[in-house]
Every structure is written in C-alpha cells, then in structure tokens.
Design a protein around this ligand. Structure first.
Ligand code: FE2
Length: 191
C-alpha cells in the first residue's frame, strides 16, 4: 500500500505498559530532565541550587516513548514520570510547553500519583485540573500545559498527541504560567 498525504505507512504493532508503575519496558527514547535543567523556572532559585548540590542533581522528570514518524496522521504516545518534592514551597513541575503546531490537542491519562495539569493560553486564560489515578485530562489545541506533582509518589501519566505537534517552550521560561502551586500550612494552594 502506498503512503498517502506524506503519512508513512506502518504495520500495526503493540507494546506493554505496566498500568501500576507506568513502566514501558520496550521504550527506545528516554528523555531525562534533571534539577539543573529547571534553572529559571522556580520562584526560589536558592532552594533549587541547594537541591542540586545536596542530591547530586537528581532526576526531576523523565519521558519514555517509542517514536513513530512525526507526521500528520500518526499519534505519538509516551509515559511521563514526574518525581515528588518541592522547591521551597513550590511543588515539582515539568517545564511545560505549547505545541509547535498550535491546533493540536493532547490526552493525559493519569496512572499513578496526584497533582494538577496547569494550562494557559497566549491570551491569558488559565486552568488547573486535578490529576489522580484513572483521571483523564483533555488538553485542547492552543493550551500550553505543565504537570505539577502535589503528592508523595511519582506522578505518572500516559499521553497521546498528534505526532506532528512538536514542542514549543515559548515564553514559559520567562513568564511561567499564571498560577503556581505551593504547599502552605500543610495545604495545597494554587496562587
Ligand atoms: Fe504536549
């Protein structure tokens, strides 16, 4: 069969994902973000530097995937694993991104842990949606998105998105998201 519309023809395949742990043993891509990769993202820069020194620059979050062609028609999928902890009072989060192709959505199915999907649009809208095991978050087109781990175990999600979407970190490093999530007085505060 010929590929249509520049969409590469593939044969069907399957792979295993441990739904309890999020392990994807056959993953061939493994993206690791360490604490030092998060410089400039948290409010308390000193607390981040202390963590980097104290724990020898620990892994902050990681992504596992088996890539498919980054083309219209295919679906990329991954396991995202964000470790628990705080930088000062601020819960660990992922950098967050827009999709380079803005009109592409994403689905996150939470497998383990608890936290929030924090989202924003370039014209100032903001949403924070709770994530816990069995909860699916639909990130619509045009929304930048970041996971935040407010629990005590890794926040693990299975994600699916159009394979041509791409990642655009845009203004997020400079401007962040409208809301940050803290622990204050033993309570989760979205401020
Ligand atoms: Fe995404």
């Amino acid at each position: 069969m010929e590929a249509k519309n520049k969409t590469t023809f593939l044969n069907p395949f399957s792979l295993g994902i441990d739904l309890a742990t999020g392990d994807m043993p056959e993953a061939t891509n493994h993206l690791i973000r360490r604490a030092s990769d998060m410089k400039g993202y948290y409010l308390n820069e000193n607390a981040l530097e202390e963590l980097i020194k104290r724990d020898s620059d620990p892994i902050h979050y990681e992504v596992f995937e088996i890539p498919v062609p980054e083309e219209y028609g295919h679906l990329m999928y991954c396991i995202s694993k964000l470790f628990p902890g705080k930088i000062g009072e601020e819960y660990f989060f992922t950098k967050g991104h827009y999709h380079t192709v803005e009109e592409t959505a994403e689905i996150y199915l939470c497998l383990k842990g608890e936290g929030y999907m924090v989202m924003k649009t370039s014209d100032g809208k903001s949403e924070e949606i709770r994530m816990e095991r069995g909860q699916m978050v639909y990130v619509p087109p045009f929304w930048a998105h970041r996971s935040v781990n407010t629990g005590t175990e890794p926040l693990i999600s299975f994600c699916v998105y159009p394979a041509e979407a791409g990642h655009n970190y845009g203004d997020i490093k400079e401007q962040g998201f409208p809301k940050r999530i803290f622990e204050k007085g033993n309570a989760i505060r979205i401020i």
